[in-house]
Design a binder for this molecule. Structure first.
Ligand code: AP5
Length: 209
């Protein structure tokens, strides 16, 4: 099974991706995670992420291409955060055609922007990859990771001004993909305003269909 996960910043893509890949035992490709790792050694990517702008298509497409070649994509995969522009969508179509692989569905986690802002501003993360939410999913001990006990931090791009820009970038560059995939009959709409487990239930139901 091959799925794409899209939705506004803070909709719950990363949270649901972890659950999906664990349950269905497929490969998880998160371009956001890749760039957060890359920004440690790459100043250009670091600057782009900190401003809330997208990484240029040519870089993203190359990285995804290499990843898809590295893994056995026939086992199934979940693309989380990619594609994000119409150009990336067309590049993905070309890549998949070459590999003779098809997308089974595009899970669009929909969430009102005000709710997304609320969730992002209360998100805290750990360098080990764990993610929390001080309002909805707090750690057992305030400010500390449940997994490794390190201090939790707020992502640079989760600051208010940057979040506003990320939402504008989403509206202008990623939202058009919803129509694109709807026209292809691949779009699966998920109500992201429900609890984490209810959102996952909706996803599992649509995947089983
Ligand atoms: P990326 O990491 O993909 O960021 P994003 O799309 O903005 O998404 P977020 O990570 O903010 O949110 P999410 O939807 O994963 O929500 P989460 O599950 O954490 O990309 C980061 C940057 O990388 C981009 O800005 C760009 O610069 C670059 N980039 C990445 N891909 C690119 C591409 N293809 N092209 C170009 N550039 C690219 O949940 C949010 C919070 O809410 C958490 O605290 C969570 O605990 C909580 N939560 C989750 N679900 C629920 C629920 N149901 N109820 C209550 N709380 C919930």
């Amino acid at each position: 099974m091959n799925y794409i996960l899209i939705g506004p910043p803070g909709a719950g893509k990363g949270t649901q991706a972890k659950k999906i890949v664990e349950k269905f035992e497929i490969i998880h490709l998160s371009t956001g995670d890749m760039f957060r790792e890359a920004k440690k050694s790459d100043k250009v990517i670091s600057r782009l992420l900190a401003s809330g702008e997208l990484v240029p298509d040519v870089i993203v497409v190359n990285i995804v291409k290499n990843c898809l070649l590295k893994y056995d994509v026939k086992k199934g995969f979940l693309l989380d955060g990619f594609p994000r522009t119409l150009n990336q969508t067309q590049e993905l179509d070309i890549m998949l055609e070459k590999e003779n692989v098809k997308i089974d569905g595009v899970l669009f986690i929909d969430l009102k922007l005000e709710e997304a802002i609320k969730r992002i501003s209360s998100r805290r993360t750990c360098s080990c990859g764990a993610s929390y939410n001080v309002e909805f999913f707090p750690p057992k001990q305030a400010g500390k990771c449940d997994v490794c006990n390190k201090d939790l931090i707020q992502r640079d791009d989760d600051k208010e001004e940057i979040v506003k820009n990320r939402l504008t970038v989403y509206e202008n560059q990623t939202k058009p993909l919803i129509e694109y995939y709807k026209n292809k009959g691949l779009l699966i709409e998920i109500d992201g305003s429900k609890s984490e487990s209810e959102v996952f239930k909706q996803i599992c139901k649509s995947i089983k269909k």
